[in-house]
Design a protein around this ligand. Structure first.
Ligand code: PEP
Ligand code: MG
Length: 706
């Protein structure tokens, strides 16, 4: 396929064998010959070896006379900075491969990485002893108070997202025993389902899904895995037990892996095992395995959230241990109610127990009584009223004295755009560009990013659009990139620091943003700016990238507005100097509070010390607003304080008239703003700023809202 897509004549794939430290030829199409006239098979030989060693594309245009090929192009296969192999393309034409081809070939290669890694892994497995199957136990749990991950209600049957459930599949009394033919039929059905799901999800979530079902499809085609199941069946073991046993063997093997990313593949094996079993028993369509269910899960990967969303899961109960806020943010974007509770016994809850999940209060009820269900239905009715309020939203927001306030949306994934428009956002005040990076299997190429960003630009044309450059690190770790273990990731190689340490990744992103917005005004902002120099270095890279694109003759945006997120306390002391360099400020209150109060925003143990209303936070925000006004710079708030009605009066009172928030909060915030009078807000802010204790500010804020 690569040969035909690239219009080449030959292609060869080399993979690096970690054990023998050699790059070996694994597949080829056409006769692929290097400068020595041989098919290179060892590291260091030929162009593929050079590309692999130097971790960059290598091209020759007029070389190999005796091989019949004149042009060659080799690209390393990388996962982050890890080298996996190299691919070589050849053509009989002279100077055949262009710069554009290098980019395209790189994008194709990036897509192949997960598939290749999975294949390598499956090859390397043999089949150790069978693990025992643990049966679920019934437990007595009634009501559990947890924390809100993503708002919304769900009422449905429970299902535990865990390997234990493989034990559910039993031939019941009166049913015929399953046969090997049933097994083979189930394999075919499962494969068809997976392909169909891949297609649907690609359409729905173009920006964040790469080939998320490819690992599972490959497992179905893996002769050693399927063969092991068949061998057991040949020895008289019932098909369901053979599937279960081999799946558990693989899970055990994955569990031993040191690489976290590879270890996570255990969930894919479990998932594929469940699908085969479901299809074999024909009891229900595994496509809808989680449809309308409340899923209980110990740990969740972002790709699992996508899969669950695809299957129209009703809600998610996430147990402590695997809490990462981007999983919650994603659940919000996908409209899946999610509650985080610290109750591991839930994992042993009998499947099919009825669960009521209240994502507004952050609690769950198990086998709720009639009264609890009635109260829940009443709440849902109120929620339906909320939906009617949403229909009454105005395109522009003004305070009750007519002062204009701009309401923008925070976008995590492109699917949020539809909600943002439905809720009349005037633009995008924060596009968290790291989500495609977090959810795909590898760094998206410049081309891929350009396609994603262009979608956003086209969708929001004519409105304000702010791209926030990569905010990797902290709780947003890339599973495929080993950043090394950091004792304090929130104080580590995070955000703009990561970008400035990895200029290839950063420049690639900047180029993609500038290219995608060639015909539109856009704003670019850098997260976690801690000094003026840091901002200037990042800004200069944007301007240099624009210069490079101009020299290359590529359409691009040459003069974007460039701003800084205000979320690190050190920047407050040099805020005037920063204002002279930056076009705008956007206050990221989530991190500003975290760093100012030294309270980890994801740590449950210190959640009661996380005070947005701490006088130091309020006063520092006032300083930022004043500096912005002094230098006539645009200022907005894009952290969660912008969607909390308690703080809006204060923020307006210190002169901030632009907010960017999760679009689902827009109706509520618009209503609140429409009731505010500018002069009264100023007086209120002055009074609040006069309070020196957290208790006093809390009291005043509560009184005012009442
Ligand atoms: C913030 O810190 O307030 C912010 C908006 O950025 P994020 O939540 O993505 O860190
Ligand atoms: Mg932040």
């Amino acid at each position: 396929m690569i040969v035909s897509y690239m219009g080449a004549d030959a292609c060869a794939l080399y993979l690096f064998d970690d054990d023998i430290q050699i790059l070996t030829l694994k597949a080829s199409k056409g006769l692929c010959v290097d400068a020595t006239g041989n098919i290179p098979s060892e590291l260091g030989e030929g162009l593929a070896g050079i590309a692999f060693n130097e971790m960059q594309a290598v091209r020759e245009g007029d070389t190999v006379k005796n091989s019949g090929f004149c042009s060659s192009l080799a690209i390393p296969i990388l996962r982050g900075k890890n080298r996996i192999g190299a691919i070589l393309l050849q053509s009989v034409k002279i100077d055949y491969f262009s710069d554009e081809d290098i980019n395209t070939f790189r994008a194709i290669t990036a897509q192949l990485v997960s598939t290749i890694e999975m294949a390598k892994l499956l090859f390397s497995f043999d089949h150790p002893k069978v693990n025992p199957v643990v049966e679920p136990q019934a437990i007595e749990l009634k009501f559990i108070q947890g924390r809100v991950g993503a708002e919304g209600f769900a009422f449905g049957d429970s299902v535990v997202f865990a390997p234990l459930l493989l034990g559910d599949f039993k031939v019941l009394d009166g049913e015929n025993d399953l046969t090997v033919d049933d097994f083979h039929r189930a394999i075919i059905l499962t494969e068809q389902e997976l392909y169909a799901m891949q297609k649907v999800i690609e359409k729905k979530l173009l920006d964040v899904v790469a080939l998320i079902f490819s690992a599972q499809i490959m497992m179905l085609k893996d002769q050693s895995m399927i063969g092991a199941m068949e061998a057991m069946m040949a020895n008289g073991i019932p098909p369901q037990d053979a599937v279960r046993a081999v799946v558990l063997q693989y899970v055990a093997r994955f569990d031993q892996m040191t690489n976290e990313y590879v270890r996570e593949k255990r969930y894919d094996v479990i998932d594929v095992g469940r699908r085969i079993l479901t299809n074999m028993f024909g009891r229900m369509d595994s496509h809808h395995q989680y449809a309308a269910k409340v899923v209980i899960v110990h740990e969740l990967l972002p790709s699992d959230v996508l899969k669950l969303s695809l299957q129209n899961v009703a809600g998610i109960v996430l147990l402590s241990g695997g809490i990462t806020s981007h999983v919650a943010i994603l659940a919000r974007s996908l409209n899946i109610p999610l509650v985080i509770v610290d109750e591991p016994r839930l994992l042993t809850l009998q499947d099919g127990s009825s669960i009521l999940l209240d994502g507004a209060m952050g609690n769950i009820s198990i086998e709720p009584s009639e009264d609890v269900i009635r109260a829940f239905q009443e709440k849902q009715a109120v929620h339906a009223d909320d939906n009617r309020i949403q229909e009454g939203l105005l395109a522009e927001t003004c305070m009750n004295d007519g002062t204009r306030v701009v309401l923008l949306a925070n976008i995590n994934i492109l699917a949020d755009l539809a909600v943002a428009k439905a809720f009349k956002a005037e633009g995008v005040g924060l596009y968290r560009t790291e989500f495609p990076f977090l959810l795909r299997g590898d760094f998206p190429s410049e081309e891929e990013q350009c396609i994603i960003y262009r979608r956003l630009v086209e969708d929001m044309k004519g409105r304000e659009i702010t791209f926030r450059t990569l905010d990797i690190g902290g709780d947003k770790m890339l599973s495929y990139y080993d950043n090394g273990k950091e004792a304090n990731p929130f104080l580590g190689l995070r955000s703009i620091r990561f970008s400035l340490k990895h200029l290839d990744i950063f420049v690639c992103q900047i180029r993609a943003i500038l290219r995608a917005s060639f015909d539109t005004d856009v704003r670019i902002m850098f997260p976690m700016i801690s000094s003026v120099e840091e901002f200037v270095v990042a800004r200069n890279l944007v301007m240099e990238s624009a210069g490079a694109l101009k020299a290359e003759g590529k359409p691009h945006q040459g003069r974007p507005s460039i701003g800084a997120m205000i979320e690190i306390p050190s920047i407050l002391e040099v805020i005037d100097e920063l204002a002279q360099q930056a076009d705008f400020f956007s206050i990221g209150t989530n991190d500003l509070i975290q760093y100012m109060l030294a309270v980890d925003r994801t740590n449950e143990k210190v959640a009661d010390c996380y005070f947005p209303h701490h006088p130091a936070v309020l006063r520092s925000m006032k300083r930022v607003a004043e500096a912005a006004h002094r230098h006539q710079r645009d200022i907005s708030v894009c952290g969660d304080m912008a969607h909390d009605p308690r703080y809006i009066s204060f923020l307006i009172g210190i002169g901030i008239h632009k907010f960017s928030l999760d679009a689902r909060y827009l109706p509520q915030i618009q209503q609140r703003i429409m009731a505010i009078d500018a002069r009264r807000a100023e007086a209120f802010a002055a009074e609040l700023l006069g309070k020196a204790s957290v208790d006093e500010t809390a009291r005043l804020l509560n009184e005012t809202l009442l």
